[in-house]
Design a protein around this ligand. Structure first.
Ligand code: ADP
Ligand code: MG
Length: 478
């Protein structure tokens, strides 16, 4: 499993904190050590110089430093030794100890080979540090004892001090405690930071999981850093898009399912009627009058099936077509004339008159299809208009569009039907009776044709009763 943000932060924090702590500690301890050593060297130098002065003053009668003459100094230094915490020796011109504050055992030991002593014997200042066996730092300072411009001996002071290693060892337990404290504080800080940093990511990942599981309405709140906000916003934008697409797909799916069930339903009714009539006739013993009626039913219902099949085919062709309409210059006035002519018999039968007013500019279109549009509108209008009524076709130009309206004297369109009128198989309440109309495909065909011509069609109720269907097509001028 991949480590969490928390674990990674913790590792990074611990690494940084411990490295920083260790680095700083070592640096400051080293500085401190250096400072302490410098101070100690200054003190030793003072002592060495002091002893050198004393020796020069007191014992230089013959210009030589003799062991026999230093007893007094030896006693004085050995008495003061424990108080001054450093060790002072007086060496002769060969580097052999004549006086030692540490005790008479040190007298006679030769130091001539040590670098600091060699330096002092040539009249220079000499100093050295060495690490002792018990891990302490020993500091040595050697000052020449001068007489008549010559070096007659060396004043040699030394002392030991804590080394940093010894210091660290002495403070071991405290160091462990401090490190533990560090770790605890780091843990707490990490916990806090990890929560703070990962909270927005957690919300994001939960959102994404819910989304993947099918809840497309889920959105996340952009929060946290600029980066996590950007991710959240991108996620939301993506969700919007996917939700839309899914909704459209579902809608499309629903439409298809409904279409198939509508078609089946429309087929079943006439088929049932035909089958019923045929069965009755097959049974025989039908009076001549009824026989004719049954046969008429069969013919009428067959016609209806044929019309339905035809309408579906037209709809399918128009909606499946990809811009292959044969477009010609067309005048709506001519189209309307032809449509009326084609419906003459039907209009006579319904006792409805149709008139045309005005004119509209030329459009580009398929005249057969446009004639079908007008015929469908006239069919509906004349069916809804009472016998003896009138239907008007009004042509006009409006904003570079050719406009054609069909106005009737029918009952108008129920408010709730206005938005569904152009749906397939939609029949408004007023004409539920199937025998009076088609399958509800007429206006769907009209709309499909108009849209294929980049036009629009709207239905509305007229203030004095009746309804108007108005179609607008882009005009190409006259
Ligand atoms: N001029 C009109 N006045 C009132 N209602 C109409 C008019 N034209 C159409 N409608 C309503 O719209 C419905 C759909 O019309 P249409 O698609 O042509 O189907 P159909 O004519 O097969 O019923 C009709 O059933 C009718 O209720
Ligand atoms: Mg119709």
């Amino acid at each position: 499993m991949r480590s969490s943000i928390r674990t990674r932060l913790l590792a990074a924090f611990l690494a940084v904190a411990l490295t920083a702590a260790a680095g700083l500690s070592v640096y400051f301890l080293k500085e401190l050590e250096g400072f302490a050593l410098r101070k100690l060297e200054e003190r030793l130098d003072t002592e060495a110089t002091l002893v050198a002065e004393l020796v020069t003053e007191a014992y230089m009668g013959d210009g030589r430093l003799q062991a026999s003459e230093t007893d007094e100094l030896s006693t004085a230094l050995q008495t003061a030794g424990p108080e001054i915490s450093s060790r002072v020796r007086v060496l002769d011109a060969e580097g052999v100890a004549l006086v030692d504050s540490g005790g008479d055992d040190g007298i006679g030991v030769g130091y001539g080979k040590l670098a600091e002593v060699t330096a002092a014997l040539t009249g220079e200042y000499g100093a050295a540090t060495r690490i002792t066996d018990d891990n302490r730092v020993a500091l040595y300072v050697a000052e020449p004892i001068l007489h008549d411009d010559g070096v007659i001996g060396v004043s040699y002071a030394s002392s030991t001090t804590f080394s940093i290693i010894a210091l660290l060892q002495a403070y071991r337990t405290r160091l462990v405690i401090v490190i533990l404290l560090f770790v605890v504080v780091t843990f707490a800080l990490t916990e806090f930071l990890a929560r703070w940093l990962s909270a927005p990511l957690l919300e994001l990942s939960q959102g994404a999981q819910a989304f993947a599981a099918g809840d497309h309405s889920i959105r996340v709140t952009p929060m946290g850093s600029r980066e996590t906000r950007a991710v959240a916003e991108a996620f939301n934008a993506m969700s919007d898009e996917v939700e839309d697409i899914v909704r459209e797909l579902k809608e499309e799916e629903r439409r298809k399912t409904r279409f198939v069930s509508d078609v089946s339903h429309e087929l079943r009714t006439p088929l049932t009627a035909i089958r019923g009539a045929a069965e009755t006739l097959l049974d025989g013993d039908v009076p001549a009058d009824d026989e004719r009626r049954f046969l008429e039913t069969m013919v009428r219902e067959s016609d209806r099936l044929a019309r339905l099949a035809n309408d579906l085919l037209i709809l399918q062709r128009i909606e499946g077509a990809t811009g292959e309409l044969p477009l010609r210059r067309v005048r709506l006035r001519v189209i309307a004339d032809r449509a009326i002519e084609g419906l003459e018999a039907l209009l006579d039968e319904r006792g409805v008159t149709v008139s045309i007013e005005g004119d509209a500019p030329t459009v580009l279109g398929d005249s057969d299809r446009l004639q079908q549009v007008v015929a469908n509108l006239l069919d509906n209008a004349s069916r809804m208009t009472p016998r003896g009524g009138a239907v008007k076709v009004v042509l006009a130009e409006e904003d570079g569009h050719a406009v054609l309206s069909v106005l009737d004297e029918g009952p108008g369109i129920p408010e709730e039907a206005l938005t569904h009128l152009f749906d397939r198989f939609y029949r408004a309440q007023a004409s539920r009776d199937r025998s009076s109309g088609g399958a509800g495909l007429g206006l769907a065909i009209v709309q499909a044709i108009v849209q294929a011509h980049a036009g629009t069609i709207v239905a509305e109720n007229l203030p004095d009763g009746g309804s108007a269907f108005t179609l607008r097509l882009p005009s190409i001028g006259d």
